[in-house]
Write a protein that binds this ligand. Structure first.
Ligand code: HEC
Length: 133
C-alpha cells in the first residue's frame, strides 16, 4: 500500500512538471509572436564592428585574438613576437610612429591588424606585448 501511494505521488509529480513545462513553452511562443515587428538594430547596437569593448583588453589578449595569425610565424614578413632584433628595427623610429603604422596599416599589415574594434591603447598594448617592451 505504501509503495502504491509513493508511485501515485511520483506519477502526479511528473504530470505536474510536464504541465508546467508545457505552459512555459507556450509562454515563450506567445512572447515570440507578440514581439514588435520592427525589432531591428542599427550599427553599434547590433554588436557590430563599431562596438568597443567596455574593459580594455590586455596586450596579450589582443595579440592572441588579432595579431597571432601573422605575428607568431612571421607571415608575409611580419615581425615575430619576441624577435627582439626585428622589433628593435621597427621601433627605432619611435613607438608613436610604429603605433601609427599599426593603426593605419603598412603594406601587407592591415589597418589595426584587422582588429576593427581595438582602441589605440589596446593596439599599443599588443605592440608592447609582441616586442617585449
Ligand atoms: C594579416 C597579417 C597581419 C595581422 C593579422 C597583423 N599584422 Fe602586423 N604586420 C603584418 C606585416 C606583414 C607587417 C610588416 C609590414 C611591412 O613592414 O611591410 C606587420 C607589421 C606590424 C608592425 C610594425 C609596423 C612598423 O612601423 O614597422 C606593427 C606595430 C604591427 N604589425 C602590429 C600589429 C598588431 C598590433 C596586430 C594585431 C592587432 C597585427 N599587427 C596584426 C601583418 C599582420
Amino acid at each position: 500500500m505504501k509503495q502504491l501511494k509513493a508511485l501515485i505521488l511520483a506519477a502526479a509529480t511528473l504530470i505536474m512538471a510536464q504541465a508546467y513545462a508545457a505552459t512555459d513553452a507556450r509562454t515563450d511562443k506567445i512572447a515570440e509572436r507578440i514581439k514588435p515587428v520592427g525589432d531591428v538594430c542599427v550599427g553599434a547596437e547590433c554588436g557590430g564592428a563599431a562596438v568597443v569593448a567596455a574593459e580594455p583588453r590586455s596586450g596579450e589578449e589582443v595579440f592572441n585574438t588579432a595579431c597571432t595569425a601573422c605575428h607568431t610565424a612571421g607571415v608575409l614578413g611580419a615581425p615575430k613576437k619576441g624577435d627582439k632584433a626585428a622589433w628593435d628595427d621597427r621601433l627605432a623610429k619611435g613607438m608613436d610612429a610604429t603605433l601609427q603604422n599599426a593603426i593605419h596599416g603598412l603594406n601587407a599589415m592591415p589597418p589595426k591588424g584587422n582588429c576593427v574594434n581595438c582602441s589605440d591603447d589596446e593596439l599599443l598594448a599588443a605592440i608592447k606585448f609582441m616586442s617585449g617592451r
